[in-house]
Design a protein. Structure first.
Length: 314
């Protein structure tokens, strides 16, 4: 069994074939010891970086990457200062080094830690050049315009870096199976709408958005053309919900994810306009795990969880 790698972590279309993914990896399963002196060239969102295979000390800024590393039996030395979900709860412990916030790296702490590799994604993408001066840095952001393909590429690069290609392939094969099963259910499940509640306001997300997995990968038909892009959705009213009348309503409670409220979405959606929708009448309001969807996102464990939630609501 592979010895856990010490890692420090900071801030965050149907898919490509597994054959293509495994072909991109240049390494094979290793024994317990790191490959001293061996490197691999990783092409990422901001360039190509030569990184050590099985780096001893790694810093990164994405909870999805941390989730994937957990799935692969890897551990982190340090993480950003944030509220960690139950699946990553051990990183809430004060004994685990903190290296800044989700968006703002603590450059002094990172430099003092002398990392062998830094992994970043969208939330800290603008810090790439500064971090690269400290240690080899790779930007493994998932492209939401092609989420599954991009996620598989990210996972494949982690497989190369940590010499766990076959473990990555096994996890992705399980995800592919869940996707196929869910798409079979969604084909006849009517039209869906994804909303996020925050401070009493509603924001809708469609295909090609941060929550686009539901439409782009799992095949749930969209009830309306939503003007959402990247992390930003389209502000909507309760009248919008009544007019478009989704068969299934997927809800992300941002207040819950941020720890400002336990169940704000339930109160926000408790009104006659929401109650008039097919989703409410047929008990198809699906309250998604806000930590999984808003905080963690694409990871080898978390993606399975997100798919299971959508499948259960169909």
């Amino acid at each position: 069994m592979k010895t856990p790698v010490r890692v420090v972590l900071g801030a965050f279309a149907a898919g490509a074939s597994l054959l293509a993914l495994t072909a991109c990896g240049g390494s094979t399963e290793a024994g317990a010891q790191a490959d001293s002196g061996k490197t691999v060239s990783i092409t990422h969102a901001q360039g190509t970086t030569e990184v050590p295979v099985n780096p001893e000390t790694v810093y990164t800024f994405d909870l999805g990457v941390l989730d994937s590393m957990t799935a692969l039996g890897l551990e982190a030395d340090g993480v950003p200062e944030t509220k960690y979900p139950e699946s990553l709860a051990k990183y809430n412990d004060a004994s685990v080094a903190k290296i800044g916030s989700m968006k703002e790296p603590d450059f002094e702490a990172i430099s003092n830690g002398n990392p062998d590799l830094i992994i970043i994604t969208g939330r800290t993408a603008t810090s790439y050049e500064e971090l690269s001066k400290i240690a080899p840095t790779v930007d493994l952001s998932v492209d939401i315009k092609k989420p599954l393909d991009s996620f598989k590429e990210q996972a494949g690069k982690l497989g190369q870096i940590f010499d766990v290609d076959s473990k990555v392939a096994e996890k992705l094969a399980a995800i592919d199976t869940k996707i196929a099963d869910t798409r079979a259910k969604s084909a006849n499940a009517g039209k869906g709408l994804i909303i996020m509640t925050s401070g009493g306001e509603l924001t809708a997300y469609g295909a090609g958005s941060r929550f686009g997995l539901i439409h782009d990968v799992l095949g749930v038909a969209t009830v309306a053309d939503i003007k959402s892009e990247g992390s930003h959705g389209e502000s909507i009213s309760f009248e919008f919900l009544k007019t478009n009348n989704p068969d299934t309503l997927y809800v992300v409670d941002r207040d819950s994810a941020m720890g400002t409220s336990g169940d704000a979405a339930k109160a926000v959606l408790d009104n006659e306009l929401v109650a008039s929708t097919n989703a409410a009448k047929n008990n198809k309001i699906v309250n998604l795990d806000s930590n999984a969807w808003y905080m963690v996102g694409y990871g080898l464990n978390n993606t399975e969880k997100m798919i299971d939630e959508v499948a259960a609501g169909l």
